[in-house]
Design a protein around this ligand. Structure first.
Ligand SMILES: [Zn+2]
Ligand SMILES: [Zn+2]
Length: 108
């Protein structure tokens, strides 16, 4: 009786582990082979034909904390009130740029 249950449970774990591995490894495989695969498919290597890339200055948020690096430990409430989110100047608050690789191929 116990052996039967154990076998079923083991089978369940096996399938679950396989599914888990497939789920975890999928994005890794994508990041490894995507560049060559995209180029072979005629897609843009830089953005995968999204025509845009995320801004590195604001991590795609379009906003950055003004003076955040200098006010990690606020000494009073005034320091907190000085901290405010400002629009990212790098991407003009858009959070993303037009892809430099293919943005000049608008007719494509
Ligand atoms: Zn592109
Ligand atoms: Zn930005």
């Amino acid at each position: 009786m116990f052996e039967h249950i154990t076998t079923v449970e083991l089978a369940g774990y096996g399938v679950g582990t396989l599914l888990l591995c497939a789920t975890i490894s999928a994005p890794k495989i994508d990041s490894i082979i995507s560049a060559s695969q995209r180029s072979s498919l005629g897609m843009c290597k830089r953005c995968g034909d999204l025509k845009m890339i995320a801004c590195s200055g604001c991590k795609g948020l379009g906003l950055i904390k003004e003076g955040g690096a200098f006010n990690i430990i606020p000494v009073d409430n005034i320091s907190w009130s000085k901290m405010r989110s400002i629009g990212c100047t790098k991407c003009k608050s858009k959070g993303r740029f037009s892809c430099p690789e293919c943005s000049n191929l608008a007719q494509y």
